[in-house]
Every structure is written in C-alpha cells, then in structure tokens.
Design a protein around this ligand. Structure first.
Ligand code: AMP
Length: 379
C-alpha cells in the first residue's frame, strides 16, 4: 500500500510512524521552502514545482493508492487534477470549505448545526453593522490563513472597534459573537469509503493564547448525552460531505442554550467552533490512550481497512511542548510517552507533546500539573 501525504509537518510524521508497522510506504508532496525536518528518513520527498503536469506528479509520487493531506493550506486545484489518477481523501471540496471560516460556518449551519452567531465583513462599515447585531464582546477572525489565535482581534468595546487598523477592516473576515462557554471539547471522528463511522470519546481542551496546551480524555464528567450530541453532529457533517478519513470538530460547551434560543433548557449544548479535515492536535492522546490512534485510523479509513477500536483504554492526558527544547524535558512519570517532532526551536513553536495515562481524574490532574511545572518552569 502506498500513501502520498501533502505536507511535511508533525502530522505527516506521526501518520508515517503509525503506518510503517502496517507496511504502508509514504511519499510527501512539498513545496520549495517547506521544512522537511519532521519527515526526515520517513520516505521520499517530491517537490510540487518540479511536476506541472498532474500525471507526471502522480508518477513521481510513486503511483500511490491514495493521496491525503496533513494541513488545509494546500493547492486544491492540484488535488482535483490528481483525482483523475487515484482517490484523494478527504475530498478537496471539503478542504476548501474548512479552510475558509465564512464558507465553513455557512456550510455547518446548512446541516442544521449551531455555530457562534457571526457576520461576514470586509470593511469598517460591515464591522460596525455586524457589532450592532451581534453585540460586545466579539471576535474578528480572518476567513483564511488564521490559525492558533493568529489573525484574530478581540473587540470588547466600541473603542476597540474604532482602534482597528484600516488594513485589518478590509480583510475578508467573520465577526463572531463571544461564546460564554463552560469548556471546550473536541470530537475526533473517522469514516471510511464504505460509510462506516467511529468516534473517539470527547476530549476537553485547554488553550493558552489561542493555542492548545492540554487535553484530557475522555473529558471529565462526560455524560452519554453530551457524547451522543457530539456524535449526532459528527454523523451529520461526515455524511453530508461523504467524508473519508479523520475529521476533527472543535466545540464550545454552553450552558443549556442553543445560539438561536432565548432561554436555557438546562442541558449542555454544543456549538461548533471549527472543523479540521485531518488528524488534529486534540487527538494526540489517542496514541497512548487507545488501541488505534487517530493516525492509525485515518490510514485505515483512507486505505479501505476496517476502522480500529476507538474506545479509551484509560484516562488520558496530553501536554503540548510549545517553544521548549525537547532534550532537557524530563518525563515526570513512567506512564508517560514523549513525542518530538524533530523541528528547530522557535518561540511558541509546537516542538512535541507528552501523552500520559492515569487511573483517576485526580491522578491525571496531578500529573498534568507536575508536567506543566517541569516543562514551563516560568509558568
Ligand atoms: P480558533 O482559532 O477559532 O480555534 O480560536 C482559538 C481559541 O480562541 C478557541 O479555542 C477559544 O478558546 C477562543 N475563541 C475563539 N472563538 C471564540 C468565540 N467566538 N468565543 C469565545 N472564545 C473563542
């Protein structure tokens, strides 16, 4: 089995590390200037620019059985041309939807699923009109190119809005109402071409400055009702897009109120923040916490193998190593697993992560606290 991955980051690396034992061969489609460190020695690299012709590119990629991606920012026209030769999962049309916040939100709404109240904007006038409807506080987010809190401006007051740079106002953006969430959770969903679907238990995620810092899974106090609500949404989104592979869905959990409802019904309600049409940082815990990790199941799904078990074997946690050197990072407990991405150090950069398991949520919290203290001694 041969898989070509578009991209050469840590997600491509972990896909390959999971696929090698199953005998899968990997090649990577990259562009000049892409960092190749994470996939060093894990398969041949092919430069997009060297093969303007799609068939020649397919041959250079080793005539793969399937092509997949590890990021949204890819040339989807190129992928559509490659579809003449082999399947591309997920479908490039879904990649186009997910990488544009405006298209993504309207598509999710069309499936009857809630997102935060929003308006599309492209001028200061648009922003002011949107604020009148949505109110304060709000967040302005660029439709494309933003990630991990970049390309976002929090607007708490009319003064904040007035202080927005003219260049920022002119960007294609969504103005989003601030969701008063109880917590953030995410669902890692898997679907294969036959339409078989499996879900991992929801993970609870904590962000720092817009970037994921820790996950706990299954999310503490996860009720069957909340899991079911998430899976119903997952089913709708997977089926509507005829999705193949892993799809990650990030949610806000709100206090019993749908975005279109005045009154709370007293139950937790899920509002979609965003989707990622790929394996996701908030699913890294599955590498230690499950029989089949998200990487393994993504590969199983796109190569037509049966989807593996997605149950949590133990209570799991994950700590992201952001802008810290992997070497001096000491593991706190024997039940921890270190992943380094082989990247050169830069402030805030995702350098690796630690997965851990525990027998109780109290023990998990202790471990997370001790690990965070060791990794981030400055706090
Ligand atoms: P995003 O890049 O959209 O995933 O945003 C990064 C993080 O910012 C989220 O995980 C939340 O913690 C926070 N955030 C984004 N949008 C909102 C919102 N509408 N209301 C409250 N918090 C938000």
């Amino acid at each position: 089995m041969k898989v070509a991955v578009v991209g050469s980051g840590q997600l491509a690396r972990m896909m390959a590390l999971s696929g090698w034992p199953m005998g899968i061969e990997f090649r990577y489609l990259v562009q000049q200037g892409d960092s190749l460190d994470p996939i060093q020695s894990l398969g041949e690299v092919v430069y997009d620019e060297d093969y303007p012709d799609a068939e020649a590119l397919y041959r250079a990629l080793g005539e793969p059985d399937v092509i997949t991606v590890e990021k949204e920012a890819v040339d989807t026209e190129r992928l559509k041309a490659l579809q003449a030769f082999c399947p591309v999962y997920p479908d490039p049309k879904m990649l186009e939807t997910c990488r544009h916040r405006g298209l993504e939100k309207s598509w999710i709404n069309e499936q009857g699923v809630d997102v935060a109240p929003y308006r599309r904007t492209g001028s200061r006038q648009d922003i002011l009109e949107a604020l009148e409807v949505i109110g304060y506080p709000a967040i302005l987010k660029t439709c494309t190119g933003g990630y991990d809190g970049y390309g976002q401006w929090r607007i708490k007051t009319a003064e904040d809005a007035a202080a927005l740079d003219e260049d920022v106002c002119r960007l294609d953006c969504v103005l989003e109402g601030f969701v008063d969430f109880k917590r953030e959770v995410s669902l890692i969903a898997v679907r294969n071409a036959k339409g078989d679907v499996r879900f991992y238990p929801l993970a609870e995620n904590l962000h720092r400055s817009g970037t994921l810092l820790t996950s706990k899974a299954p999310a503490p106090n996860l009720t069957p009702e909340l899991q079911q609500q998430a899976e119903e949404i997952g089913n709708k989104l997977l089926t509507a897009s005829n999705y193949v592979g892993v799809l990650a869905i990030e949610f806000f959990v709100t206090e019993g109120k749908g975005v279109n409802e005045e009154a709370s019904n007293g139950q937790d309600h899920l509002v979609v923040n965003e989707m990622a049409p790929r394996v996701h940082n908030s699913g890294h815990w599955t590498q230690l916490g499950c029989i089949s990790s998200q990487f393994n199941n993504h590969l199983r799904a796109i190569t037509g193998l049966p989807i593996g078990n997605t149950q949590a074997l133990k209570i799991s946690g994950m700590v992201n190593l952001l802008g810290v050197d992997i070497q001096p990072t000491v593991l706190v407990d024997s039940e921890q697993q270190l992943h380094g991405y082989g990247k050169s150090l830069r402030p805030g950069r995702k350098m690796g992560h630690i997965n851990l398991v525990a027998d109780s949520y109290e023990a998990l919290d202790e471990q997370l606290k001790a690990t965070l203290a060791k990794v981030y001694p400055q706090g």
